[in-house]
Design a protein. Structure first.
Length: 382
């Protein structure tokens, strides 16, 4: 599978990025298992490819998205299967671990693996061998594993959704990839890189950024990181005129500058009178020093409403409040998953789990026969 444009953009100019790149290249020379941590769209796969390219491994680079397949499917895809191991297994097939033998296996969204698969993965890492489904014969492996996640694995361990022993096995070497807004020195070089690549595809020569466009790019916080920047530049090339990209050509945050919808006027919410006697179930609202005297803050109104629901014995209160919070945030952010996750302070993977549970999005169709991506070389840094 051909590399995406974004996967070729190894452009590190910011001092923080240059220090990170030096760390990555030191790690690459070892054979340690690597855990890459970063937000969606920051270039985790790119880092994994660079680790492989800078290593001495001669085998292929195989990239697998753990969140793209059902549990039963990814089990067979990761570890392989023998003929007749399950319905539809008409012939034996090697898994991605075997396919990556002698090279590097990149497991993206490792935090999405089920607990059962985490146990199997841990055994493979410990024993350096894999057993196909339907077989008892172990197959020795020489595979370097690079895993990536945008999930806070410490919180996942505390919530008993991720095994601590697997975390320690994966994080022999850890790379924390900062979001794009924390490395502003990379924004304009990446923008110009995408201008050059998409401009060539669109037969546009000499396209330049105007000063107001560079100011807008640097002022934005890029919740979608490099992926969002790539899409913004692609769109700007489509609508720009006379080879000049202006701020008005940038669709940042899903909108063009100057076209943001006006915020709706706040609707006053009646505040129930608090009970006069102490109540052990009542949640005491925190003091808000910034709230003017005589007014009630939003959190105080929320506390009061929650108290009323608790006292009324609302059935399945936790699930009800959780669903309404997710629905309200998703609607307020105009169904933008990145913005919604940021507003709620959770990862996009956790948000997607809730959105699917409440029927706000459907499962993404996946081809069960999707072949792994093989990579034998690294484009030169530009």
């Amino acid at each position: 599978m051909a590399l995406s444009i974004r996967a070729k953009a190894l452009l590190f100019h910011d001092p923080r990025s240059l220090a990170l790149l030096e760390q990555v290249e030191r790690i690459a020379r070892s054979d340690a298992t690597v855990l890459v941590i970063g937000e969606t769209g920051t270039g985790k796969e790119l880092i994994a490819r660079h680790i492989h390219a800078q290593s001495e491994r001669t085998g292929p680079f195989i990239a697998v998205n753990c969140g793209a397949f059902s549990e039963s499917l990814i089990d067979a895809e990761l570890f392989g299967h023998e003929s007749g191991a399950f319905t539809g297994a008409t012939q034996a097939r090697s898994g991605w671990f075997e396919a990556a033998n002698g090279g590097t296996l990149f497991l993206d969204e490792i935090g999405d693996l089920s607990m059962a698969l985490q146990v199997k993965l841990l055994r493979v890492l410990q024993e350096r061998q894999v057993v196909r489904l339907g077989s008892r014969r172990p197959i020795p492996l020489d595979v370097r594993l690079v895993a990536a996640t945008n999930v806070d694995l410490h919180k996942a361990i505390a919530a008993e959704r991720f095994r601590s022993d697997l975390y320690y096995r994966l994080s022999v070497a850890t790379v924390n990839l900062p979001p794009l807004y924390e490395r502003p020195g990379d924004i304009l070089p990446l923008a110009r890189h995408f201008i050059g690549l998409y401009g060539a595809k669109m037969k546009l020569d000499g396209v330049e950024l105007e000063a107001d466009a560079t100011d807008a790019l640097l002022a934005y916080d890029w919740p979608g990181n490099i992926r969002e920047l790539e899409n913004v530049i692609h769109y700007a090339l489509i609508v720009c005129r006379q080879g000049r990209i202006r701020a008005e050509d940038l669709r940042i945050g899903g909108r063009l500058p100057g076209h943001r919808a006006a915020a709706p006027a706040p609707v006053p919410v009646p505040v129930p009178v608090a009970a006069q006697l102490p109540d052990p179930c009542r949640v005491m609202p925190p003091a808000h020093q910034d709230t003017p005297a005589g007014t009630v803050s939003g959190l105080e109104r929320l506390d009061s409403l929650l108290n009323d629901l608790v006292e009324a014995g609302e059935p399945a209160l936790f699930d009800t409040v959780e669903e309404r919070l997710i629905r309200a945030a998703f609607a307020a952010c105009e169904q933008n998953q990145v913005q919604t996750a940021k507003a709620l302070g959770i990862s996009r993977n956790v948000l997607r789990t809730h959105l699917k549970r409440f029927g706000l999005i459907g499962g993404e169709p996946m081809d069960a026969r999707l072949e792994p991506r093989e990579f034998h070389g690294m484009p030169a840094a530009q």
